[in-house]
Design a protein around this ligand. Structure first.
Ligand code: UDP
Length: 253
């Protein structure tokens, strides 16, 4: 049987939310089951998100994060991902966990590749910003499946242990509760920390899951393909033509 994929998406109310959720939902719909999409909202389940999720035809769980975010832009879904990790651990959902932010662009190949992950898989992600015409790569340099170095932007090279994007890695969910099986010192619960410097969320999380590169699998072997793109779109102040209303940032009528 195919390995289950557990796709975790934090989401919040803003201009392009419906577009982002629909786009990701349609990609996930094309991925062979079993796949469960854990969509986590802040504070309360919105009717609009529930409606979009129902219509995608993907198996999903709509989770609410009760822990208040500090409102700081640094939080960026941290508590929501933790709520999903708690959910996975509590229900012992067995599969490959992948943090898919709602605004990024994903190929189908990526999801198929996730099924080859045994313990912890990682791959390069290209970052695109609308104001720059330069793509920045972040993620592993590999010799076959062995991770031998990292693509990074030089500013932070010396500081971060692992140079991986939030959507540049996936791991076996059993790592969350079965430290014996994975030869890892017991340190449950594994969480994203809300106290780390911006840009350090990924590495501090990964440092709890693996000891070093020897416990990682470069995906696909050679790591010479980009399978997803991290977008930075400034959609904060969208204005629609006269007569068109943006209701609750989700439905345009
Ligand atoms: N996010 C969220 N609440 C926030 C900020 C971000 O749920 O207050 C989600 C957002 O929907 C996305 C993920 O967290 O799925 C990453 O956010 P964003 O793309 O803004 O961060 P970036 O990684 O681009 O800095």
């Amino acid at each position: 049987p195919l390995k289950q994929l557990i796709v975790v998406t934090p989401t919040y109310n803003r201009g392009f939310q419906a577009y982002f959720l629909n786009r990701l939902g349609h990609v996930l719909k094309l991925v062979k089951p079993p796949l469960v999409w854990i969509v986590v909202e802040e504070k309360a389940e919105s009717f609009e998100t529930a409606d979009i999720l129902r219509k995608t035809g993907v198996m999903y769980r709509h989770v609410v994060c009760t822990r208040n975010s500090s409102g700081s832009p640094k939080d960026r879904g941290v508590h929501q991902r933790n709520a999903a990790l708690e959910h996975i651990e509590r229900h012992k959902l067995d599969g490959i966990v992948f943090f898919a932010d709602d605004d990024n662009v994903y190929t189908l190949d990526l999801f198929e590749s996730l099924r080859t992950v045994r313990r912890f898989g990682t791959w390069p992600v290209a970052m695109l910003a609308q104001s720059k015409n330069k793509a920045i790569l972040e993620g592993p340099v590999c010799n076959g499946s062995q991770v031998i170095g990292w693509h990074t932007n030089e500013k932070s090279r010396r500081l971060r242990r692992f140079h991986v994007d939030m959507s540049g890695f996936a791991f076996n969910s059993t790592i969350l509760w079965d430290s014996k099986r994975w030869g890892r010192p017991y340190s449950s619960p594994i969480r994203q920390l809300d106290t780390v410097k911006e840009g350090f969320q990924e590495t501090t999380f990964i440092e709890q899951v693996v000891e070093d590169e020897s416990q990682m699998e470069g995906i696909p072997p050679g790591c010479s393909r980009i399978m997803n793109w991290h977008l930075h779109l400034d959609t904060g102040n969208l204005i629609y033509p006269k007569g068109w209303l943006l209701e609750k940032n989700l439905e345009i009528t």
